[in-house]
Ligand binder design. Structure first.
Ligand code: SAM
Length: 327
């Protein structure tokens, strides 16, 4: 593998982590993301396994060590095991992660594990089955929890993403805490982010992560020291709990200073930020299959990465919802 120096932007941030969206299609209808379900529109086919391989080889040359496959819902792709395998086989990639809604988890986790999956993030906003069904449009929480048990049995490092929503937040926190007593997962509370499509929902449901963080600190949760190349999550542990809690608070000051990731959409666009104005179309270069040339293009473009998003000002860039790029 041709190894260049690690990709670094004009603000001294280094990028070790690629989020690769493999589809924008999703089967869930989460209130804050796709409340009316996925709406098909004319587009090119999603990146093929060969194209995704070119992308991962290019990023590995630029110092990427971790790839997360995301979407949309990545498990809707029949060739997801081949995508995992391709990521695992890319020289330089040390960890392969997947973000999923867990709908297919019980039937698929053994195959994903066999294909080389190291880390799994499953989205569960509530442990109350009827509330879960209300938020997502799918009454399948027990099935997803069975799948998580199996992932843990297989030794797959497992995290659960929960979007913080103001109404009922304290009841949900209580349920999550009871679960974490004995379940060795990391629960990540993600502050609800405003997107182009969810302005009203955001205005009535946004809850500051700092409020939950304060409660955790008051009840004995302790902040873990950050690794130098860690992303923006802050992680807490407690001696009486098997699980951990992480907080992702994009509205907090300096959130972007620890940004360590770049995104490629399923259409082959480079997104320098989740909330940039538009993606940079790299599909031609990806299709050519020349990972060296692609890497050089990305290195040139990194100079355009801005110091921060502008979410605090209500500017969501070109991001209508997170299913398009992958959260
Ligand atoms: N379908 C997969 C899933 O459900 O995890 C992957 C894609 S989904 C866009 C990735 C993550 O983004 C999920 O945890 C989801 O809850 C979160 N998400 C979506 N829209 C969001 C928003 N507006 N604010 C915060 N998190 C959001």
């Amino acid at each position: 593998m041709k190894e260049n120096r690690v990709l670094e932007d004009g603000h001294g941030r280094r990028f070790y982590y690629l989020r690769l969206s493999v589809t924008d299609v999703c089967n869930f209808r989460c209130d804050y993301c796709l409340p009316d379900g996925y709406q098909a529109s004319p587009k090119q086919p999603d990146l093929s396994v060969a194209e995704a391989t070119t992308v991962m080889r290019a990023f590995a040359q630029l110092g990427t060590r971790k790839v997360r496959l995301t979407g949309g819902e990545p498990s809707l792709r029949k060739d997801l095991p081949q995508l995992i395998q391709a990521a695992k086989a890319t020289p330089g990639i040390r960890r392969v992660a997947l973000t999923s809604n867990g709908y297919k988890l019980p039937s698929a986790i053994d195959t994903w594990h066999h294909a080389g999956l190291d880390q799994l993030n499953i989205s569960i906003d509530s442990l109350d089955p009827s509330e879960f069904a209300h938020i997502t449009g799918h009454d399948c929480l027990p099935k997803i929890l069975t799948g998580i048990d199996r992932a843990l049995e297989l030794g797959v490092q497992t995290k659960v993403n929960a979007v913080l929503l103001s109404d009922g937040a304290h009841d949900r926190l209580k349920q999550f805490l009871a679960w974490l007593k004995t379940t060795p997962v990391t629960l990540r509370f993600i502050e609800l982010m405003q997107t182009g499509d969810n302005r009203d929902y955001f205005a009535s449901n946004h809850l500051r992560g700092a409020e939950i963080e304060q409660l955790l600190i008051e009840t004995g949760w302790q902040l873990l020291p950050r690794a130098i190349d860690a992303g923006p999550a802050r992680e807490y542990v407690h001696p009486n709990y098997a699980g951990r809690i992480g907080l992702i608070t994009p509205y907090s000051k300096d959130f972007c200073s620890s940004c360590n990731r770049l995104r490629i959409s399923a259409q082959g666009k480079l997104h320098l930020c989740l909330f940039s104005d538009a993606g940079i179309d790299l599909r031609h270069a990806i299709r050519d299959g020349d990972a060296n040339a692609l890497a050089e293009s990305v290195r040139t473009m990194i100079g355009n990465k801005e110091v921060s998003h502008y979410l605090q000002q209500g500017n969501t860039g070109g991001t209508e919802n997170l299913s398009i790029i992958g959260g």
